[in-house]
Design a protein around this ligand. Structure first.
Ligand code: ZN
Length: 321
């Protein structure tokens, strides 16, 4: 492939050596294809589902793919763009195998892309990320497709994991399991059309490039440093966007009512939005971090740094913003 038109913004030689594991090959097809066009050529694609006729309207699959495993269809699309790509596929539900077995399947990866609408799968990816020290980009669309999120974690350089960032969501799912285990809290894909998918995928794809080429002297190489600790990105994708009745994007941007320039398609980037709410059981179990309740908020203590309690590296938590 000829990357001459993008080599000033993307460190293609670095990207070509990286291996990307994608969980979910449905709505992520466009994202996968665009990563190939940007220089990624080594993939593991995981999806146990097959392409159905209903997938045409909102996923990047075609009528010729119907009946095939989505992972197989994804591989064919990758090879069409770059015949020199190296693609492995796995048509297994990893949430149904023991965690240590799942870890052996996905070892040797430079980044995970969590692109399923299954909370159980997102939660598994987080644990695998901590076990194997692999960064993650998670992408999700809210009910109705009016908004979405792209969340990045980097266990090598950054403290909060997906469970830290989404403590309240984990609590809601646990509560649901206790009260109505047969009713899923996973957002329905109803109404999440292809344009909504592509909008949030474009942000997720840029995060993947940023994480994989971190430190390069170009636009994507600087992206993660520019984001700093703002790992939780939310995007409004319709003037009707609201979460629990509130336009949180408008609130965080402090845009006054009546500002004519504000309609939609705005994003916010938040640092650990659920910080201090709950102890993170994944960080406790896998990273051996400790959480203590201080003034009504959970504060993280990292083993070995306990005595340097005033260091910002040692203690994370406190007031919830
Ligand atoms: Zn955590």
């Amino acid at each position: 492939m000829d990357y001459s038109r993008i080599e000033n913004v993307v460190n293609v030689p670095t990207l070509q050596e990286k291996r990307v594991t994608v969980f979910g090959a449905g709505a992520s097809i466009g994202l996968i294809e665009d990563l190939v066009r940007s220089g990624v050529r080594r993939f593991l694609i995981i999806d146990f589902d097959r392409v159905g006729a209903e997938n045409m309207a909102r996923q990047g699959h075609d009528s010729a793919d119907i009946g095939q495993f989505k992972a197989d269809a994804a591989k064919a699309k990758i090879m069409e763009i770059n015949p020199e790509a190296e693609v492995e596929i796995l048509t297994l539900d990893l949430t149904k195998v023991p965690e240590d077995v799942a870890a052996t399947y996905v070892a040797g990866t430079d980044i995970f892309v969590a692109a399923t609408d299954s909370f159980a799968c997102q939660a598994l990816v987080n644990r695998l990320s901590l076990m194997l020290n692999v960064p993650v980009v998670s992408v999700g669309i809210y009910a109705g497709g009016t908004g979405g999120e792209a969340v990045w974690t980097d266990p090598i350089h950054k403290l909060p994991c997906f469970r830290c960032l989404c403590a309240n969501r984990y609590a809601a799912h646990e509560q649901q399991l206790l009260t109505a285990p047969n009713v899923s809290l996973d957002p329905s894909s109803q109404g999440a059309d292809i344009f909504s998918v592509r909008l949030i995928d474009a942000i997720a794809g840029q995060l993947v490039l940023g994480l994989l080429t971190q430190g390069a002297a170009n636009r994507y190489g600087r992206l993660i440093e520019q984001l700093g600790d703002r790992q939780f990105i939310q995007l409004s994708m319709s003037p009707e966007f609201a979460l629990n009745g509130r336009d949180i994007v408008r609130e965080k941007l402090q845009v006054p009512e009546g500002n004519e320039a504000y309609v939609t398609w705005n994003s916010i980037a938040l640092a650990d939005p659920d910080r201090g709410q709950l102890p993170c059981l994944d960080c406790e179990q896998i990273r051996r971090h400790k959480f203590e309740l201080v003034d009504g908020h959970y504060v993280r203590r990292i083993p070995g740094q306990r005595d340097s309690g005033t260091s910002p590296d040692a203690v994370v938590g406190g007031t919830v913003s």
